[in-house]
Design a protein around this ligand. Structure first.
Ligand code: FEO
Length: 397
């Protein structure tokens, strides 16, 4: 296992997790990477480690980069276990003189890895010399953990951004210019939508803080996915847009179905939306993943949810995606809902509750179909789509 040169004195020493398909509830169809970096200056600094399971791969790359040198300082930018899981073993094997994290990072690391972990707090804004260069630390609280921080290698102008600007994207390439944009763009958006979105106000403040401090990195080294060089202005602009909740004329339809009735209603609603020039995405929650709904909802203006009734409840898959999306706190959505039932329509008010739980503004009461929708009911669904489309369009006048 070889280290990969990032710049004159910086090497990637992480691990590639090709087979990961779930990252705490977010599907990861492209796997992920756990990026760690080593700076070979007069002092040797390791920035982050990897998930414990990948320690041997990381260790081999690290030894390759070190070429017999010892590690002076380990920086833990964030205590989540995909970056700190191998920290204790790393300390045991490489015996660094210092281990630094944010003040809260030290608490979290000790709570997770043991109170005897030899970690020390480094102050927000502090700078340490690495020899010819220096590292400055900026806390990035709630991006996306309260202990998160980033590190700037000043002369080389490299930002070690931790989870910010990351994506779950396993690849043989380490640098974005080695990959086609269309290959990674969806995963970049999906990562923001599923990991960073709830903290969008903090993202805006953080980006402003970076600008105010004159930080314009030449290279951004995140802890997941590709290393950024050529697309840095674009990814920063995308973060601005995501954080400002910029949406398109787009609606996401989320439904499940038992005998096909709710599915027919979903398609009629989509017809109505499409006729108003609205981009649409349908998700059948029996097979689609909640995190792909979140990804498509990132730049959408409306969510439309539909469910059949089972045991006087909504279908469980709708509860799953509803609870998940509620936590992600997408702002400013319009909403609509629909559903089919056989014996009692009582549970369909719970579909409304799910949509309202997202903070969405309902454009109309729930459209209900007893058993399979007939032509008149499908027209009602179509009209709901038209109305939702008109309400979305009104926002762009
Ligand atoms: Fe990639 Fe929040 O850990």
């Amino acid at each position: 296992m070889k280290a990969v040169k990032v710049s004159q004195n910086v090497y990637w020493v992480g691990a590639v997790d090709w087979s990961l398909r779930d990252f705490h509830g977010c599907s990861t169809e492209r796997g992920t990477t756990y990026n760690a970096y080593v700076i070979l200056d007069e002092k040797v600094v390791l920035i982050d480690t990897v998930k414990a399971l990948f320690y041997e791969e990381f260790k081999a790359r690290l030894k390759d980069a070190l070429g017999g040198r010892r590690i002076d300082i380990v920086i833990s930018n964030h205590s989540e276990m995909d970056h700190s899981g191998a920290l204790r073993q790393t300390i045991a094997d490489f015996k660094p003189a210092k281990v630094y994290a944010s003040a809260l990072g030290v608490q979290h690391l000790k709570q997770q890895l043991g109170q005897d972990l030899p970690a020390e707090a480094i102050a927000n804004g502090a700078t340490i010399s690495t020899g010819q260069d220096s590292l400055t630390f900026l806390e990035s609280k709630m991006l996306h953990w309260p202990d998160s921080m980033v590190a700037l290698l000043n002369k080389e102008n490299i930002l070690f951004s931790n989870d910010i600007f990351g994506m779950h994207y396993a690849s043989g390439a380490r640098f974005e210019e080695q990959e086609r944009r269309e290959n990674w763009i969806y995963e970049f958006k999906k990562y923001y939508a599923n990991i960073i979105l709830p903290y969008s106000k903090i993202v805006s403040a953080f980006l402003k803080q970076m600008e105010a401090a004159g930080i314009k990195p030449r290279i951004i080294c995140p802890d997941h996915g590709l290393i950024w060089q050529e697309s840095i202005p674009q990814i920063i602009q995308m973060y601005h847009d995501f954080a400002e909740n910029k949406s398109k004329k787009k609606a996401v339809i989320v439904y499940d179905t038992m005998w096909g009735s709710t599915a027919k209603m979903a398609s009629a609603i989509e017809d109505g939306l499409a006729g108003q020039g609205i981009e649409t995405r349908q998700f059948f929650m029996h097979i689609d993943h909640r995190s792909n709904v979140a990804a498509e909802l990132l730049d959408a203006g409306a969510i439309i949810m539909g469910s059949p009734v089972i045991n006087i409840e909504v279908f469980p898959s709708l509860g799953d995606v509803g609870v998940y999306l509620r936590g992600l706190k997408k702002q400013g959505l319009l909403g609509a809902c629909f559903g089919s039932y056989g014996w009692s329509d009582l549970a369909l008010s719970k579909v409304e509750d799910l949509v309202k739980g997202l903070g969405a503004q309902l454009v109309a009461p729930v459209v209900k179909s007893k058993f399979a929708p007939d032509e008149a009911k499908l027209k009602e669904c179509f009209d709901l789509g038209v109305l939702a489309g008109q309400k979305i369009n009104e926002r762009f006048k």
